[in-house]
Design a protein around this ligand. Structure first.
Ligand SMILES: *[C@@H]1O[C@H](CO)[C@@H](O)[C@H](O)[C@H]1NC(C)=O
Length: 461
């Protein structure tokens, strides 16, 4: 199932009620600590294709995802011995020998290799502010109505704000970093990836493709010659101060604010580098020219156009709702009736996740996988696949009943990709003249072959 970031951290600070009053208890998840090393506590935002998980640490860490970055190219996993094994298996079953039937099935009906592809991370963005002392008055918040995230704190008597937005209309992830005093913002930004980086460049005032201040990272998702390749780029627009690059990272010094615009495009949707880069540049040029405020307000009006269709009221929590989210979750275990707005918040959080993870982004749109679209691992739990024996269904349970019908369409896109694969498997593994089969998982290629080789209920002895 879509594993929601756990809204649970152990630590909390005491806040004055004037600070608390700004948080609508049904709408905001908020915290007085960063996510630490816990991915499942990072704040997830997305535009259906790009996902960002925001840790909010002193040196900001953002795990970025693009929904078509998976571990490898299409693989034909059909096991041809299946067709001849099938009559033998049926014979054993008719004779009541379930163990023998299971043994033959495990040997001859398992696919080769046994698993579809795994969902993989895109890149990480790290933002070093050079803070040399602790952060105070810290808050990190997720706005489930707008689909945005914010981090605010004080350091050396300067207030810092980090505003995060993923835009469906502009197709980008965007950040505004700002300081409450002029010239007090210093940042060094890097993009990184642990595996298969093909090239990494950065520059300022250069003419890399269309010019500007940029970091670009090109990588492949595996070692195969036809592995999925992607091109990612961050562009920088600073207000005040100076900007420089060491060829790998970009640094902004003595600025009032700095805006970052990010996109990635992959060979899953574009046949070659030229067309992928053309799309990347089109999106980034449009976003940079529009500017952060316009990108942010277009993103919010799009997102609230989905989330704003439903307003759930289960009653007011009063003071019980005026606590940071981890405290409310802890209190809920003791007295679930005291904070009905926590239930409303979870309902809104679920709709936020679906709207952020599943949008029509063209003919090769992809639905939510096991982790939505947020993942930092190269070998994620259950490969973070599309697990279609219940978890994909569970992800989409809220789609129609909570008036988010258009989030459904990527699921039907994937089925269209899977149908020809499933016809091949029905024919070549089960000897069916017509019809189509999918097993309990699929991937972005519509993989239809059997999955795994450990059906334990087949070895009853
Ligand atoms: C900075 O933050 C503190 C604590 O939240 C607040 O009281 C103060 O007004 C802020 N100052 C500015 C200049 O925004």
């Amino acid at each position: 199932m879509m594993i929601p970031p756990r809204l649970c951290l152990g630590l909390f600070l005491v806040w004055s009620s004037s600070v608390l009053a700004q948080w609508d208890a049904s709408r905001f998840a908020w915290y007085t600590t960063d996510a630490g090393g816990d991915f499942s506590s990072a704040l997830p935002i997305g535009n259906g294709r790009l996902g960002a998980a925001i840790f909010g640490s002193a040196v900001e860490h953002i795990v970025l995802n693009e929904d078509s970055v998976w571990s490898g190219p299409w693989q034909d996993r059909v096991n041809p011995s299946s067709k001849t094994a099938l009559p033998k298996i049926l014979e054993f079953l008719r004779a009541g020998d379930i163990t023998a039937a299971g043994d033959v099935a495990m040997g001859d009906v398992a696919a080769n290799p046994t698993s579809p592809r795994a969902y993989n991370p895109l890149v990480s963005m790290d933002i070093d502010f050079g803070h040399d002392s602790g952060l105070s008055s810290y808050t990190r918040s997720l706005d489930t109505a707008e689909g945005t995230a914010t981090v605010t704190y004080t350091n050396n008597n300067v207030n810092y704000t980090r505003e995060y937005v993923t835009s469906y209309p502009h197709g980008v992830f965007s950040v505004r970093l700002s300081a409450s005093q002029p010239g007090k913002l210093d940042v060094k930004v890097t993009l990184s990836r642990d595996r298969w980086v093909l090239s990494q460049t950065a520059g300022v005032n250069t003419d890399y493709v269309t010019g500007g201040n940029y970091i670009a990272l090109k990588a492949s998702s595996g070692q195969e010659s036809d592995a999925i390749t992607f091109w990612s780029e961050a562009r920088f627009v600073n207000s005040g101060g100076s900007i420089s690059s060491d060829g790998k990272s970009v640094s902004v010094t003595g600025a009032d604010s700095c805006d970052i615009f990010f996109d990635a495009e992959t060979s899953y949707r574009y046949p070659d580098e030229t067309s992928a880069l053309a799309e990347l540049n089109k999106k980034l040029d449009t976003a940079v020219n529009a500017g952060f405020s316009a990108v942010r307000s277009a993103a919010i009006s799009d997102f609230t156009g989905l989330t704003g269709r439903v307003s759930l009221d289960l009653g007011s929590s009063g003071d019980a709702g005026n606590q940071e989210t981890p405290t409310r979750l802890a209190n809920y275990r003791r007295d679930p009736d005291a904070d009905p707005q926590l239930v409303t918040l979870m309902f809104n959080f679920g709709r936020h996740l679906l709207a952020a993870a599943s949008r029509d982004t063209g003919p090769l749109s992809l639905p939510t996988n096991l982790q939505g679209i947020w993942n930092q691992d190269y070998d994620p739990p259950w490969q973070s696949k599309f697990t279609i024996n219940i978890n994909t269904e569970m992800n989409y349970w809220p789609a129609l009943v909570t008036n988010l019908a258009e989030t459904h369409s990527p699921l039907f896109n994937l089925l269209r990709v899977a149908i020809p694969r499933g016809r091949e498997v029905a024919k070549n593994m089960y000897g069916c003249k017509e019809g189509f089969v999918l097993h309990h998982n699929t991937d972005l290629w519509g993989d239809a072959a059997p999955v795994d080789q450990d059906v334990q209920y087949l070895s009853l002895t």
